[in-house]
Design a protein around this ligand. Structure first.
Ligand code: NDP
Length: 571
């Protein structure tokens, strides 16, 4: 809606008042913030994080050797950085991965309907290098996972890779200038450089729900889908009552399939997602044929180039105060949200269900979702939405979840409750110089340079962690981080040095940059709680992402390569 078609300000103020009401309701239900979730699962729940896909654990002897670069995690972070390292002539690269293959997110997430809603021509990395054009505008999980494996084959990453292995300790040895890496398979590996590439959202988390462990039916997390139970195409669910807790991006993709196949589906909703149209289509073969070599690199470069606004936009913005600009953005956001509300009203037949599915927060407070079958699923007679009005499921009995004193008996309960967010060192204790433990160092707030280096942890690089820029297309971020890490390693090798570490001054500079770019508006504070705003823990200012913009972030990385000696100590 153009600015001149806007409603009077009172209209927006009334909607913002509803936003605040809904946020406060949720904050009051869960004052414990991020502590409402648990990801270190033990007892009966420990199996939630087990791998249901690998047939069995392949026996092997413990490894006792040294590589030049060891990468913890085998997802896109590892694949992208390895590709660049190979270009610099680095031969000794080992991926250590908990799953039984490379792929990361796309290894673990195989739930029905899994797909990426960033256009595949941008999301799938290294398309030029692999001479591959995705089959659809939006790629499904299987195609993305196949692409991951093709990258690993092209860059010979399987040769040294170790799968079904979880790194449990990563300890710096000053005397030898090497990292010592211990695993759950008894390995004692050494590496000159370590890259923490464990992903932004990898470790499944559960909401702490009373009685969860007493549930007598079958249960699993969406990232550990039990196809033995459901059948490959969910054909075994025809006589099952299935419940799903959560309505985030994962649930939105899985629910249409569950609704179409289960005898009954009960969806437990705490906060609805924003569901916009998904405009997908098969790749036009004529378009694909005309693509010139280097086409994807050019697309990525465009993301990094500042796009000049039109003269009209520039003139309009120049005439506005900062306050007016903010109001303009808010109004545009609310107009878009109201279009999403109208789509719900037009699609969902039952007015009460339609009302429950309406999100009341600014778009981008939570991960926006795009789907064309999600809303119509609630018109199916076998699908029920249990709107917990922001409270969520707080009790589970042996028969099933309870809400407002009513028990919902289930055969299968699916947790779509998400993942631990952007933590470095999951399942893994990282110890740097002088016995410094990374979690201990971060106890009063994360401290890094670019979210990649942290002083006292030489030759260690972090990908996808906090204090790096946020990018909706994650592979854009991983790509520039991978370029930077490969350039750092190349610099150390070519300059005849052995060790690169961030200086304390550089670290303080970056922490200040992160803090100064956060909290410029109240957007995050005004949002309904979610993992984007630490479930309402607004005081954690330096623990988030760098909000200075992706282009500026990339410019910082590029500039750093021209001033290694200012930011880093090299020995
Ligand atoms: P999320 O963390 O986004 O969602 C978790 C869901 O569980 C929320 O709806 C949350 O409600 C709900 N929840 C938590 N506890 C309870 C409870 N006790 N009772 C009821 N509901 C509860 O996890 P997802 O796995 O959905 O998504 C994680 C991320 O993965 C996405 O944000 C996205 O970045 C990525 N992703 C991307 C996809 C894509 O490209 N399309 C697809 C899938 C995932 P509340 O909102 O109230 O907290």
């Amino acid at each position: 809606m153009a600015a001149h078609e806007r409603q009077p300000q009172e209209y927006y103020d009334a909607i913002k008042a509803r936003f605040a009401e809904e946020r406060d309701l949720r904050l009051a239900f869960r004052p414990e913030g991020t502590a409402q979730f648990v990801s270190d699962l033990d007892g009966d729940l420990a199996r939630i994080a087990d791998d249901p896909y690998a047939e069995e654990i392949t026996e092997r002897n413990p490894i006792d050797d040294e590589v030049e670069v060891l990468i913890i995690g085998g997802g896109f972070s590892a694949l992208l950085t390895s590709a660049r390292l190979r270009e610099f002539g680095v031969e000794s690269i080992r991926i250590v991965e908990r799953g039984a293959d490379v792929g990361g997110t796309w290894y673990w997430n195989r739930y029905p309907g899994v797909a990426c809603d960033v256009p595949a021509y941008d999301y799938l990395p290294l398309l030029d290098e692999l001479d591959y054009v995705p089959t659809h505008r939006y790629a499904g999980g299987q195609e993305i996972w196949d692409h991951c494996r093709a990258i690993a084959r092209k860059y010979d990453l399987y040769d040294l890779a170790v799968f079904q292995t979880t790194v449990t300790s990563t300890v710096w040895d000053e005397a030898s200038g090497r990292w010592h890496i211990g695993t759950d398979r008894g390995d004692r590996m050494r590496a000159k450089f370590v890259i923490c590439a464990n992903g932004t959202l990898s470790k499944p988390k559960l909401s702490r729900i009373a009685g969860m462990e007493t549930f007598a039916g079958h249960a699993f997390h969406t990232s550990r889908w039990d196809f033995d139970y459901t059948g490959t195409n969910l054909e075994k669910l025809g006589d099952k009552v299935v419940g799903i807790i959560g309505t985030g991006a994962t649930a939105v993709q899985a629910i249409p399939h569950l609704g179409a196949n289960a005898k009954e589906l009960v969806v437990f909703q705490r906060t609805p997602s924003t569901i916009d149209f998904k405009e997908d289509w098969p790749t036009d073969p004529n378009w694909a044929r005309r693509l010139q070599p280097g086409w994807q690199t050019k697309r990525r470069e465009r993301v990094l180039r500042a796009i000049e606004p039109s003269d009209e936009t520039k003139a309009r913005w120049a005439a506005m105060s900062a306050e007016e600009k903010l109001r303009d953005q808010e109004q545009a956001n609310i107009d878009r949200l109201m279009r999403i509300h109208r789509r719900i009203e037009e699609t969902v037949h039952d007015p009460a269900t339609a009302e429950s599915l309406k999100p009341w927060y600014m778009i981008m407070c939570k991960r926006p979702c795009f789907h064309n079958e999600y809303l119509p699923t609630f018109n199916r007679p076998n699908v029920r939405l249990i709107d917990t009005h922001g409270k969520g499921v707080t009790e589970i009995r042996p028969e099933g979840p309870v809400f407002e004193d009513r028990v919902y008996p289930l055969d299968l309960l699916i947790y779509a409750t998400g993942f631990e967010v952007q933590k470095t060192g999951i399942w893994n204790r990282i110890v740097g110089r002088d016995g410094l433990d990374l979690d201990g160092k971060y106890a009063d707030g994360i401290r890094t340079v670019f979210g990649i280096h942290t002083a006292g942890f030489p030759n260690l690089f972090i990908m996808g962690g906090y204090q790096a820029s946020f990018q909706f297309n994650l592979t854009d971020l991983l790509s520039v981080q991978g370029d930077h890490i490969a350039a750092c390693i190349d610099h150390v090798r070519r300059s005849g040095r052995d060790v690169i570490d961030a200086t304390d001054d550089a670290e303080q500079w970056w922490v200040d940059e992160v803090i100064s770019n956060r909290g410029k508006t109240r957007f995050s504070e005004d949002c309904t709680p979610g993992y984007y705003n630490f479930e309402g823990e607004f005081q954690r200012r330096q623990d988030g992402n760098y909000n200075g913009g992706f282009r500026t972030y990339n410019a910082h990385l590029t500039n750093a390569r021209g001033e290694f000696d200012r930011l880093f100590s090299l020995a």
